[in-house]
Design a protein around this ligand. Structure first.
Ligand code: FAD
Length: 502
C-alpha cells in the first residue's frame, strides 16, 4: 500500500492532486464540503437553463498545446471545445471594435479604426505574436528542472528576455493609457483586471490567436465532473458533503483531519486545496500562518464580481456572444460606479440553454465589503440583489429590445455567494492579483512548523484561473516524488512499479 494522502477540497486543484497522486501510488481520499465537486468551477440549473458560474475562457483547448495534454491526463477532452474566432465586441456610440483571435486581422481592423494608434497596436500585437510562437513548458515546476532543462528553457526564451522583463514591469493600464483612441484602449482593457502585468494581456492574446483559449462543451460543471470521474477511475475515494473542520497536528506534523460531523481520519500526508485564508486561519486555527502570508492577505489586492443571469424566451444568437458598451450615463451598481456594461450569451454551447431560448449573463466588478455590510441584515442584502437585477435588466432590454417582456428567469450571484459555497476569502476567485506594483510575491506551499502538510490551489500559483490551480496539484505530487527519489507518472503507474512491489 502507498502512503495515505488526505485531500481537503474537491475543486480543480484538489482533483488534480488526487488524480496525479493516484497515478503515483498514493492512496488518496478527498473530502469536499459540497454535494458536488468542482468548487468555484461550477454551474447551476434554473428553470431549464444551465448557468455557468465560472469559465469565460479556458487555456488548453488547442490539440497538442501544453495545457491540452495536461487536461487530457486528467480526463478532460477539449478536442471539441468552442474556439472563438471573435472574442468580444466593444461599442462606443456608433463605433464598434472587435477583438478577433487572428492577430493579423485584428491589427488591420484596429489600425483602420485608429490609424494614429497604429504603432502602439502593432507593438502589442507583435509581442503577442512572439508569445504565440512559443509553447512555454508547464509540465514541471521550475524548481524541479534539471540543469539541461533549465538551459533549454533559457535558450528558447533568449530573444524575449528583454521584452519579458518589460512586459512584467508594466501594468495593462499603464501601457494602454497611451492609446489616442478611447475605443482601442477599451478593446485591450475590457477583460483582464488592469492592475495585471502586460504579460497577462499578451499571453491571452497569444492563446486566442492559437485557438488555445476556448470554452469546453458542457461548461464548468462538466469539466469538474470529468476530472472527478477520472479520479474515481484511478481508485481515488471522493467524499462529497463532508466538510472538514480542522487539520490535526501532533508535535510538528499533520497527522489527519477532523470532519464537521465529529469523525476523524488519519493519514500520512495532508493536502489542503481549500482557500488559503480558510486553511490557515480556520483549519489550522491561525497557529502556523507564516508572517509573509499574513502580510499578503493584508496588502495584496484581490478581485471579485457579481454575476446577473437572465433566461430569455427569445433567440438572441445573432448578437455578438460577448459585448461591452459604454453606458449613456455612469451608474452605481451595488455600490460601485460603472461606466461600461457587458453581456455574454452562451449560444456557442446549445447544451446550456433550452431550444429557441437564450441565456445571457452580466458580470460586474463588485465590492466585497459592500455586500458584507448588507449581509448583516439579510433583508437589505436580498433587496440589493433584486435592485441590481432590475437595474441590469433595464440595460439588457434597452440594448436587446427582443429581450423585452421575455425575461423568464433571473439569478444573482454575489461575492458572498462564492464565499458561502467554497469559503473563498473575500469572494476572490483569482487568488491574489499580482501585478508589477506588488513586487516579488513568494507563496509557500509548505509551512515551516508543520511537516506532512501541503498547500495547493489558486492562491499558490501566480498564473490565475483554472490552469494555475490545476498545476499546483500536479506540481505538489511531482515535488513529493522527487523528494522520495522516484519517477513521476502522468498516467496510471505500470503494475511492476506499484508501491507494494518496490
Ligand atoms: C465568476 C468566475 C469566473 C471565472 N472565470 C474563469 C475563467 O474564465 N477561466 C479560468 O481559468 N478561471 C476562471 N475562474 C477561476 C477559477 O474558477 C478558480 O481559479 C479555480 O476554480 C480555483 O480552484 P481551486 O481548486 O484552487 O479552489 P476552489 O475551487 O475554491 O476549491 C476549493 C474546494 O474546497 C472546498 N472546501 C472549502 N472548504 C472546505 C472544507 N472545510 N471542507 C471540505 N471542502 C472544503 C470548496 O467547496 C471547493 O470545492 C473564475 C471563477 C469565477 C468564480
Amino acid at each position: 500500500m502507498g502512503k495515505k494522502m488526505l485531500i481537503i477540497g474537491g475543486g480543480i486543484s484538489g482533483l488534480s492532486a488526487g488524480c496525479y497522486a493516484q497515478m503515483n501510488g498514493y492512496e488518496t481520499e478527498t473530502f469536499e464540503r459540497n454535494p458536488v465537486p468542482g468548487g468555484l468551477c461550477t454551474s447551476w440549473e434554473r428553470q431549464g437553463y444551465t448557468i455557468d458560474g465560472c469559465i469565460h475562457w479556458l487555456v488548453g483547448t488547442r490539440p497538442g498545446s501544453p495545457f491540452f495534454k495536461l487536461w487530457q491526463e486528467l480526463g478532460v477532452d477539449l478536442s471539441d471545445a468552442v474556439r472563438f474566432e471573435t472574442f468580444y465586441q466593444v461599442e462606443d456610440g456608433d463605433q464598434t471594435a472587435i477583438l478577433r483571435g487572428d492577430l493579423d486581422k485584428l491589427q488591420a481592423h484596429l489600425c483602420r479604426i485608429s490609424p494614429e494608434d497604429s504603432h502602439r497596436i502593432e507593438r502589442i500585437l507583435d509581442w503577442a505574436r512572439a508569445f504565440a510562437a512559443l509553447d512555454f513548458p508547464v509540465e514541471q515546476p521550475r524548481d524541479l528542472m534539471n540543469f539541461s532543462d533549465g538551459l533549454k528553457l533559457l535558450w528558447s526564451m533568449r530573444p524575449f528576455v528583454k521584452t519579458m522583463r518589460y512586459l512584467q514591469s508594466r501594468t495593462i493600464e499603464e501601457e494602454c493609457s497611451r492609446m489616442e483612441s478611447d475605443l482601442i484602449r477599451r478593446v485591450f482593457t475590457r477583460y483582464i483586471p488592469e492592475q495585471y502585468s502586460m504579460t497577462a494581456l499578451v499571453s491571452t492574446l497569444a492563446s486566442l490567436h492559437k485557438g488555445d483559449a476556448g470554452f469546453p462543451r458542457g461548461g464548468s460543471k462538466r469539466l469538474a465532473e470529468d476530472m472527478a470521474q477520472r479520479y474515481r477511475q484511478l481508485g481515488g475515494a471522493l467524499h462529497c458533503a463532508k466538510p472538514v473542520k480542522r487539520i490535526a497536528v501532533r508535535g510538528d506534523r499533520a497527522v489527519g483531519i477532523e470532519l464537521e460531523d465529529g469523525s476523524q481520519v488519519s493519514g500520512d500526508l495532508v493536502v489542503s486545496s481549500v482557500d488559503a485564508h480558510f486553511a490557515l486561519e480556520e483549519l489550522l486555527e491561525g497557529k502556523y500562518t507564516p508572517p509573509e502570508m499574513g502580510r499578503y492577505f493584508r496588502e495584496l489586492p484581490t478581485f471579485t464580481s457579481a454575476q446577473i443571469s437572465f433566461g430569455i424566451n427569445a433567440n438572441l444568437c445573432a448578437e455578438p456572444h460577448t459585448l461591452f458598451y459604454r453606458l449613456p450615463e455612469p451608474m452605481v451598481l451595488a455600490g460601485v460606479r460603472h461606466k461600461n456594461m457587458g453581456f455574454r450569451h452562451y449560444c456557442y454551447d446549445p447544451s446550456l440553454t433550452p431550444a429557441g431560448k437564450t441565456l445571457v449573463t452580466c458580470s460586474i466588478f463588485s465590492d466585497y465589503d459592500h455586500w458584507q455590510e448588507l449581509k448583516k441584515d439579510g433583508k437589505r442584502y436580498q433587496q440589493e440583489k433584486e435592485r441590481l437585477a432590475a437595474q441590469v435588466q433595464e440595460q439588457l432590454e434597452a440594448r436587446f429590445p427582443k429581450a423585452k417582456g421575455n425575461v423568464e428567469m433571473v439569478d444573482v450571484a454575489t461575492p458572498l455567494t462564492y464565499q458561502r459555497y467554497t469559503n473563498v476569502w473575500r469572494g476572490s476567485y483569482m487568488g491574489f492579483v499580482v501585478g508589477p506594483k506588488q513586487g516579488r510575491v513568494r507563496i509557500p506551499w509548505e509551512l515551516p512548523e508543520v511537516g506532512n502538510l501541503f498547500l495547493i490551489g489558486q492562491w499558490f500559483d501566480t498564473m490565475p484561473g483554472l490552469p494555475g490551480s490545476m498545476l499546483t496539484g500536479r506540481y505538489m505530487v511531482q515535488r513529493l516524488c522527487r523528494r522520495e527519489e522516484r519517477p513521476f507518472f502522468s498516467a496510471p503507474r505500470p503494475a511492476e512499479l506499484a508501491p507494494s512491489s518496490q
